[in-house]
Design a protein around this ligand. Structure first.
Ligand code: GLV
Length: 321
């Protein structure tokens, strides 16, 4: 029997699976995120940790968890976990790839469409009672999506799923920039591998689906925005710090780009006040890429399956490389 600590509420059937396997489960039952002191204390005697991507699992937390064998992150990005330190201590880190690909791609496309067609502004206008007649040139004139060029930065699972929606649903030519060529996307979606500069120059919509790393931190800075079309829309459902928010606010205010659809922020949960103040073609969501009932269930199921495997002495299902 092992002890497992969950930093958040998860579905009862997953807690039951852990208990049925004989483990002792402590689940934090609070709406607000776990504080650092509490986290340091609660990892002390546990073998398994199930955590959120908003929990900072740094070297101090990992060192405090003297008995830890597995850190199961609920989400695909693991930039919140000090993976090298965990690995050096023989602790397995797992994530939940696959489960959230389609839901996150759906949200990326929803933000793209909402920003291009100014859906949030149009909704507010309709509710305000301002809609009095059909106009040829309404105040919320949008931008076409179909047939426009879609640029994907980060052509992994989610990037490819977004490209599929663009190509098959909206007849969009696909450009992509990635660490490696994605031959499947080139063959199936006629996606073209280009430099970052070419992608910025040629794309009407730029969707970010790369992991956060030293290389991608502030990849989108003033220089990148200057290179984009003035009519372009940026969508980021990956990680906030890939975009320099100060530069993004500047680019939107100066008309360097036309709009943005964002699900992630540089200093989450804080949102840059400059973004909050911008309404035209700027749509903001609170990091809900994987937030559908089915997908969140899937995330919990995978995280618990990884904990069960490692605590049973088996290989984990989704080790982070
Ligand atoms: C969400 O942002 C995730 O990494 O799963």
């Amino acid at each position: 029997m092992a002890r497992v600590f969950l930093t958040c509420r998860v579905f009862p059937e997953e807690v039951a699976r852990l208990r049925d396997a004989g483990h002792s489960v402590e689940m934090r039952d609070a709406a607000e995120p776990i504080g650092r002191d509490e986290l340091l204390l609660r990892v002390k005697d546990v073998e398994g940790l199930v955590c959120l991507l908003s929990d900072r699992i740094d070297a101090a937390v990992i060192t405090s968890g003297e008995r830890l064998r597995i850190i199961a992150n609920l989400g695909v990005g693991t930039d919140n976990v000090d993976v090298p330190t965990a690995r050096a201590k023989g602790i397995v880190v797992t994530n939940t790839p696959g489960a959230l690909t389609e839901a996150t791609a759906d949200l990326s496309f929803a933000l793209l469409l909402a920003a291009a067609r100014r859906l949030v502004e149009a909704d507010a206008y309709t509710r305000s009672g301002a809609f009095r007649s059909w106009e040829l040139l309404p105040p919320h004139l949008g931008l076409d999506v179909h047939g426009k060029t879609l640029g994907i930065v980060g052509m992994g699972r989610i990037g490819t799923a977004v490209a599929r929606r663009g190509r098959r649903g909206f007849d969009m030519p696909i450009l992509y920039h990635n660490r490696h060529q994605n031959e499947e996307a080139e063959r199936d979606l006629w996606a073209r591998f280009v430099s970052f500069e070419e992608l910025l120059r040629e794309s009407d919509f730029v969707c970010v689906h790369a992991p956060l790393s030293r290389e991608t931190h502030h990849l989108f800075d003033r220089d990148a925005f200057r290179r984009m079309k003035n009519t372009a829309i940026l969508v980021n459902v990956a990680r906030g710090p890939i975009v320099d928010e100060e530069a993004l606010v500047w680019a939107l205010e100066q008309g360097e780009i036309a709009g943005a659809g964002l699900d992630v922020y540089e200093r989450e949960p804080a949102v840059h006040p400059g973004l909050v103040a911008l309404h035209d073609r700027v749509v903001l969501a609170p990091h809900i890429g994987s937030a559908t009932a089915e997908t969140r269930r899937g995330l919990a199921r995978i995280a618990v399956a990884n904990v069960l495997a490692v605590l049973a002495g088996d290989a984990s299902l989704n080790p982070v490389a």
